[in-house]
Design a protein around this ligand. Structure first.
Ligand code: NAP
Ligand code: F7E
Length: 342
């Protein structure tokens, strides 16, 4: 019998890589998606188009972390062995503009899912393994460098505060109700599928368009912020490994390196033989009321206990993202040449 996994946030960056990974392991993969007025499935379209067998092994269900009834219905219909909670309002800057909504989705949404799983395990008698997408943003105004599983949290945004709530709820459900629940404290991870408003993708997309003459300026905020950037495709393996262990636990997942936004600009524009200072302008609207100045993770626990380590380097990650965005920019340039507005 195939293992069944349920993923919230399946239409997002990590949801798409995790789906691919689990399908490759032979799982039946189910995803919760929100109903929207236009398509949100561009990152996973290839998965249900791949083959008839894949179609049967990959299913989407309408639901929402803010709609507990929908979570309970999907869980009892599917009877999953593993549940990955990746759904979130995940944009830190936006969380300052929508703090209550962010807290609802990230905090109460996680609680809604844990409550549904508690009933599923206790009353229906199904053992379930739960992964919570915790975040390095919880370290915020960092107490030490690098940050590990024992570093104290100091969240600096409504998003990070909500993730701290969800982190502790996950541990509480593990201890109170014996649910196999794990927190993956993942540091920033990127890819060609990264949302266009996160800084790495904003840069690779703009640089590619600048290279092809489709735009001439890139407006950014704080260039001095430093992040530990890894590749999303590497990080989803760590999520899965956490749920394959004998006992549930919490793990930091990171590369151990830190680079500034400025260094990312150097890498990307350098690869395209451009000088970013000719194109980048600072726009105060992209600064945050409170900033996280530096993140650098210590993933030695994940390496020792899960046997996990990152494979894609900082430089290769930047180049992979540029190569993908250049392809899109080339298609846009061809449309412009044919007289279409893009
Ligand atoms: P993402 O691309 O922004 O995807 C977020 C997903 O959550 C989307 O599928 C979105 O659906 C869904 N979602 C939003 N609100 C929802 C709701 N009310 N109910 C159900 N689903 C909802 O994020 P990501 O980069 O893949 O990150 C995955 C998870 O890891 C998130 O929880 C994020 O906070 C966390 N995390 C990310 C990073 C990182 O560097 N990427 C690091 C640490 C932790 P729509 O398509 O409908 O919007
Ligand atoms: O910002 C600076 C900005 O929005 C990175 C999410 O996945 O990772 C992500 O959160 C840095 C910040 O990611 C712009 O001030 C400068 O210091 O790409 P970001 P994030 O805030 O680190 C964590 C781990 C998560 O959990 C989150 O879900 O870049 N920055 N100029 C800018 N950032 C953006 N977005 N746009 C700018 O123009």
């Amino acid at each position: 019998m195939r293992k069944r996994a349920l993923i919230s946030g399946i239409t997002g960056q990590d949801g798409s890589y995790l789906s691919e990974f689990l399908l490759g392991k032979g799982y039946e993969v189910h995803g919760i998606m929100r109903r929207c007025s236009s398509f949100t499935t561009h990152r996973i379209e290839h998965l249900y188009q791949d083959s008839h067998e894949q179609e049967v092994r990959f299913k989407l269900h309408y639901g929402d972390l803010l709609d507990p009834l929908s979570l309970r219905r999907v869980i009892s219909d599917i009877e999953p062995e593993e549940v990955y909670n990746l759904g979130a309002q995940s944009h830190v800057k936006t969380s300052f503009e929508q703090p209550a909504y962010t807290a609802e989705v990230v905090g109460i949404g996680t609680l809604n899912l844990l409550e549904a799983l508690r009933d599923y395990q206790d009353h229906a008698g199904h053992a379930v393994r739960f992964y919570q997408a915790s975040s390095s943003e919880m370290y915020g105004n960092v107490r030490e460098v690098p940050q590990s599983e024992v570093t104290r949290f100091y969240p600096r945004s409504p998003y990070a505060c909500a993730k701290v709530f969800a982190f502790w709820q996950t541990i509480n459900y593990r201890e109170a109700y014996n649910i196999f629940a794990c927190n993956g404290v993942l540091f920033n991870h990127e890819s060609p599928r990264r949302g266009e408003t996160f800084v790495t993708r904003k840069i690779t997309r703009a640089a590619s368009r600048i290279k092809l003459g489709l735009q001439d300026k890139l407006f950014l905020g704080n260039l001095d912020a430093k992040r530990d950037w890894g590749f999303a495709g590497d990080y989803v393996e760590a999520m899965w490994l956490m749920l394959q262990q004998q006992d549930p636990d919490d793990y930091v997942v990171a590369t151990g390196e830190t680079h500034s936004v400025r260094e990312f600009l150097d890498e990307v524009f350098g690869y395209l033989d451009l000088d970013w200072s000719d194109y980048v302008e600072i726009d105060p609207q992209y600064f945050r009321p409170t900033e996280v100045n530096i993140l650098q993770g210590d993933a030695s626990k994940a390496e020792a206990l899960l046997g996990w380590s990152p494979k894609v380097s900082f430089s290769d990650l930047a180049r992979m993202m540029v190569d993908a965005d250049l392809q899109t920019a080339e298609q846009e340039a061809a449309l412009v040449a044919a007289g279409y507005a893009v």
